[in-house]
Design a protein around this ligand. Structure first.
Ligand code: SF4
Ligand code: SF4
Length: 125
């Protein structure tokens, strides 16, 4: 460690993490109600359609409790071994609001910044 630098505390990941397959997500938000650590986030719908949002899970916060998997009515959340979860999440994510997440930085997932969304056809500045 160099002088003056902040020690980085290694974080132990759970054995498995919950990953949403967004292609099956209806945006019902049932999973959000059950997550004890509030790590399930809504993201805009696939076409900026605010009437059909999707959700994603912040894998840096998930504790692997499986409650979301148990209660998702559409069975579109799976528990994935932690070592594979980042990669699987990248493949299953269509939209994300987690621009700084490790797996987002290395994936082709489209990052959507939080805040007001542009109207369809308008330009973002
Ligand atoms: S496994 Fe538990 S902590 Fe992780 S997203 Fe699902 S409900 Fe939240
Ligand atoms: S419960 Fe399932 S379908 Fe509903 S928002 Fe969560 S992941 Fe999507």
């Amino acid at each position: 460690m160099t002088e003056g630098s902040t020690p980085v505390k290694a974080k132990k990941r759970p054995r498995e993490l919950a990953v949403v397959n967004q292609s099956g997500c209806t945006g019902c938000e049932v999973c959000i109600e059950f997550c004890p650590v509030d790590c399930i986030l809504t993201v805009p719908g696939p076409d900026y359609d605010m009437h059909k949002k999707l959700v994603e899970i912040d894998l840096d916060v998930c504790i692997g409790c499986k409650l979301c998997v148990k209660y998702c009515p559409w069975e579109t959340i799976e528990m994935i071994p932690s070592g594979e979860a980042l990669q699987i999440a990248a493949a299953w994510t269509q939209r994300s609001v987690l621009p700084n997440a490790e797996w987002i930085r290395t994936s082709g997932a489209e990052v959507v910044e939080e805040g007001p969304l542009p109207l369809p056809g308008s330009k973002v500045h």
